[in-house]
Design a protein around this ligand. Sequence first.
Ligand code: ZN
Length: 183
Amino acid sequence: MHSLVFCPEPGELLEFNQGTLLAALQQIGLISNTPSSASSGCATDFPAGDRFLDLIIFMGCSPAVQLEPGAQGSAHCYISLQQHPSPGQLYAGSQSRPARCGLCKAPIETSRLLGCIEKQRLPTCSQCQAELNWSDVTWNKTIGMARVALVINNIFPHEAVPADELISTIKNGSGINWRYFYI
Ligand SMILES: [Zn+2]
C-alpha cells in the first residue's frame, strides 16, 4: 500500500505549534480525538475521524476504504504526525521518481540521498558537481524530505485526493505552507 504525505514547503519555518494543528485536524474530523495506542518513537498515530471520507476524496472504483484494523491485521487507513531529527527523513516509495539538482536539473539517485542523510553530509550533484544544500534539491509529486510530516497511511496513490478544506486547515492550523506527494 501507499501513503499520502504532507510536509512543509522547502524553506518554511518548522517552529509551528503542532498542538494547534492537531486540534484543527480533530475539529474538522480528519483524526479522532485520541491517539492510537500503537503510537511510538517519532510518530503519533491517530485513527481516522468521523469526517475522514469528506476530507480525503476517494476517486474511481477504489475498493471499500478500511478505516479500522481488520481481523487479520490487514492494512487500514490511519494518520500519523511524524517528527525527525535534522536534516530530516526521506519519504520515497517503489514508484518514486528521483529528485533533481536545483541548479542543473540532473536527477539525483534516491540511494545517494539516503546515504547523505545517514552520514550527515550534504548531497553533491554528479552532473554539475555542486554541493547542494537540502533546500537546493528539487522534489516532485512522488518524493520528498521532511522533519515534520503528516502522513495518511495505506491509500492508493492519486485515488485519495485531499479536499480543499483539508489543505486550507493544514495551512491555517500551522500558519505555514505545505506541499503533498504520494509514496
Ligand atoms: Zn547539478
